[in-house]
Design a binder for this molecule. Structure first.
Ligand code: HEC
Length: 200
């Protein structure tokens, strides 16, 4: 009976430890301030940096700026090789040797490397008749190219005078202009090599 009245501190009870308790450890005040400071700095940085809404920050290049520069050859600003590839290559061929019996060669041709006036006359008015090139007589038709500008004709002539082993000096646009004027009475192509020689 006495047991019920005053509960003795049992040995087992005394041995037990209290239940563990979970505490909340607060984020240090210092850390909160640090994160806040970094956030403020970052926002300030974003808003104070020019973001490109001004057109001066954009790509100011125009279409003309993006075009590749035109390669220059000889005395002229136009690329003679390009004109050759566009206008002459079909007949006189890429190697300047022409087609045997049909289209005369430009490589090592006296007409090409010789008198610049005669060459200019050939280009301006064309040839229709017999012309001897490197010992072979051709009887074809060389078209006139007077629709090309002085610059273009000078460039293509300077090109054919300097490729395939040809080493004649370049021809200036001024020379083409001069000869265009000097031969303005020439209607139609020259009648072969003889007429060309007489015409110069
Ligand atoms: C449709 C074909 C054809 C085209 C294109 C052509 N030629 Fe000719 N060319 C000829 C023929 C054919 C002759 C020879 C003319 C003849 O027999 O009367 C000739 C002759 C010549 C000659 C004098 C002969 C020689 O071989 O040296 C020169 C220089 C010449 N051409 C340069 C040019 C140049 C430069 C171009 C381009 C701008 C050109 N030709 C485009 C067919 C052509």
């Amino acid at each position: 009976m006495s047991n019920q009245d005053t509960p003795p501190p049992y040995e087992q009870e005394l041995r037990e430890k209290s239940e563990p308790k979970e505490n909340v450890r607060r984020v240090p005040y210092f850390l909160i301030m640090l994160v806040g400071a970094i956030a403020m700095w970052a926002l300030n940085n974003i808003f104070s940096t020019p973001s490109g809404e001004l057109t001066e920050y954009g790509d100011q290049r125009t279409v003309a700026d993006l075009r590749p520069p035109i390669a220059t050859s000889g005395a002229s600003k136009v690329d003679g090789k390009q004109i050759y590839a566009g206008k002459c290559i079909a007949c006189h061929q890429g190697n300047g040797n022409g087609v045997a019996g049909v289209f005369p060669p430009l490589a090592a041709s006296d007409w090409v490397t010789g008198d610049e006036k005669t060459l200019t006359h050939i280009l301006l008015h064309g040839i229709n008749g017999e012309i001897e090139v490197k010992g072979v007589v051709y009887k074809g038709a060389m078209p006139a190219w007077k629709t090309l500008s002085d610059d273009e004709l000078a460039a293509v002539m300077s090109y054919i005078r300097s490729d395939w082993g040809n080493t004649a000096p370049a021809i200036k646009p001024a020379t083409v202009k001069e000869q265009r004027e000097a031969t303005k009475d020439q209607t139609g192509p020259y009648e072969g090599g003889k007429a060309l020689k007489e015409g110069s």
